[in-house]
Design a protein around this ligand. Sequence first.
Ligand code: NAI
Ligand code: MG
Length: 448
Amino acid sequence: MAHVAQGEKEDIDRAVRAARRTFDSGPWHTMTPSMRGRLLNKLADLAEQHSEEFAQLESLDNGKPLSVARAADVPLAIDMFCYMAGWATKIEGNTIPMSFPGQYFAYTLREPVGVVGQIIPWNFPLLMAAWKLAPALAVGCTSILKPAQQTPLSALRLGELIMEAGFPAGVVNIVTGFGSGAGAPLAAHPAVDKIAFTGSTEVGKMILQAAAGNLKKVSLELGGKAPNIVLKDMDVQTAIAGAAHAIFFNQGQVCCAGSRLYVEKGVFDQVVEGVAEHTKKIKIGSGFDPSVTMGPLVSDEQLSRVTGYLQLGMSEGAKSLAGGQRYGDHGYFVEPTVLVSTNQNMRVVREEIFGPVVVAQPFDDLDEILSLANDTVFGLSAGIWTRDISKAHRIAAQLKAGTVWINCYNVFDAALPFGGYKQSGWGREMGHAVLESYTEVKSVCIGL
Ligand code: NAI
Ligand code: MG
């Protein structure tokens, strides 16, 4: 389909030097916040003009249904640039009342952290580029962006639009390549001030070690194994549709996917059988076929990983109510799968599968569900389905997760922070929360 350069250490080094120069002394350094905001708005406009092209690139490169790229990836990415364009002129400090003996006038400034390395995954390639670039550019950082080796195309096209919008040279430097060849030297580079990573928890830990050399700042958005909790008071059909969407959206290749389905006893059979029934309505095939609602997984590697977990689950004693194996004999398709007879000790319940596979378990009461839900090393997201407003808030308050969706799932907004507790990561993406992770606070104290 396309040939893409395999960036290595020396390419990263050249990109870092360009970003460094532009940050320290180039036109970016002196550009007004208003102008940065206008450039971001211009980029959003250009991306919008090329919406259909981006949606097609995303579907071709990742395999996801074109309809999903059109409805989710592309508009959310555009929105991110618009939202952050507004922040460019609003990165403010405070005036601080001082109690130290004497008279002082003290204030804080928020300054860009500097040159940032940004490493992104393949599940939402354009959107992840937008989540990373938009806040960094809004606050005045320069970036070296490394897209995932599986899906570099939309980031490269975005790079062309960044040039067309008029961003000065060196502000955004996109280096394609593999994790070990290009990602690792970026994470370790001594002239990079911050590294922002989205991907596996395993690589997140490697990023952290690589960052230790110059103690660069680190933000991480990692894996998840989200509990999706259905209480028995909930309308069963709504819960079924919600549970299916929570796990099957984007072929289940979503860090916040509702991959552990916990259903209150009394409606367990009805709900899990409903989700199993729902899988029959999912049409698997090419992302370019308008009737298709589930495309292939992204790669051979991901296919092996997911089918490996399916075999493991069966050998651990789980039973499949629907699916359970590869779909067809060519391409990277996997059947949407519902596993029951599962328990907390199984690896399919503890580990992130990152495919269209949900594990389901019944529970008795609130105490039990809270301990089951929080019994995980992850803490990215969670879902609750109930009409009982007080139970909904009580559960939400006690879940160790960065996002809790009540009676909805996979709802994202540029204004709504997103990120993980525990091993799901450090820091937040989106909202004004993300601005903190791309800025330093400087305290200035003047004796009067
Ligand atoms: P990965 O974590 O290896 O790759 C993500 C990004 O990190 C890619 O750009 C890759 O090139 C880069 N990378 C890989 N090794 C690196 C290193 N040593 N130093 C710096 N950068 C490096 O994820 P992979 O292998 O594609 O998927 C494995 C599993 O990770 C998935 O099955 C899923 O469980 C999880 N994952 C989670 C994502 C999320 O959104 N949180 C996204 C992608 C994967
Ligand atoms: Mg990997």
